[in-house]
Design a protein around this ligand. Structure first.
Ligand SMILES: C[S@@+](CC[C@H](N)C(=O)[O-])C[C@H]1O[C@@H](n2cnc3c(N)ncnc32)[C@H](O)[C@@H]1O
Length: 182
């Protein structure tokens, strides 16, 4: 991506919220480029402030719908990673169709990830975790990196997020899913 002024593996984070964890990841991995996409305007402002305050220069931001950005602005097979941390769970069955992870999203992952790239989702809602597992496992082109074929421990590169801490405070569990592009 030209916006970074350098070549480096590009990681997209969908729905970064207030951006605390994205800023921490970017600061810890200056050799990677990060693109954060968020529709919530105050969150975008907060992340911009963090980047400025901490002198972090390997993050770019879109204030827009992430699906549209992936479809229209990201070259096919160009991404080293896609992160989706604590997406809105849309708990009611009639609202499940609003969830980001659905079969058409798996097609988009397959189209935008480079071979060897990965998709990493985390949620504190068990039913959404199981739903994501079923949808991602059913799609061709992605391999579950969990040796047990389900969930992974939180990798060291993923900081705790604001919504995760909120869920933990309510006694929720946390489920990480990491799938690699074949
Ligand atoms: C439950 S919050 C989690 C925020 C953050 N990842 C965390 O763990 O603290 C989900 C976030 O996704 C954002 N979001 C939902 N749908 C989106 C979309 N289609 N494109 C971009 N952001 C989206 C929301 O605005 C919200 O900030």
């Amino acid at each position: 991506m030209q916006a970074f002024g350098r070549q480096a593996p590009l990681i997209v984070e969908i729905g970064f919220g207030n951006g605390d964890s994205l800023a921490a990841m970017a600061a810890a991995n200056p050799h990677l480029n990060y693109l954060g996409i968020e529709v919530h305007r105050p969150g975008v402002g907060h992340l911009m402030m963090l980047l400025e305050q901490q002198g972090i220069n390997n993050v770019r931001i879109y204030h827009h719908d992430a699906i549209e950005i992936l479809e229209r602005k990201i070259a096919d097979h160009s991404l080293a990673g896609i992160h989706l941390f604590f997406p809105d769970p849309w708990q009611k069955r009639r609202h499940h169709k609003r969830r980001i992870v659905r079969p058409s999203f798996v097609d988009l992952l397959n189209k935008k990830l480079a071979v060897g790239g990965y998709f990493h989702a985390a949620t504190d809602w068990e039913h959404y975790a199981k739903d994501m597992l079923a949808i991602l496992s059913a799609g061709a082109g992605l391999r579950n990196t969990s040796p047990s074929g389900d969930f992974c421990p939180r990798p060291a590169y993923r900081p705790l997020t604001k919504f995760e801490n909120r869920g933990l405070g309510l006694g929720h569990g946390v489920w990480d899913l990491i799938f690699a592009k074949l």
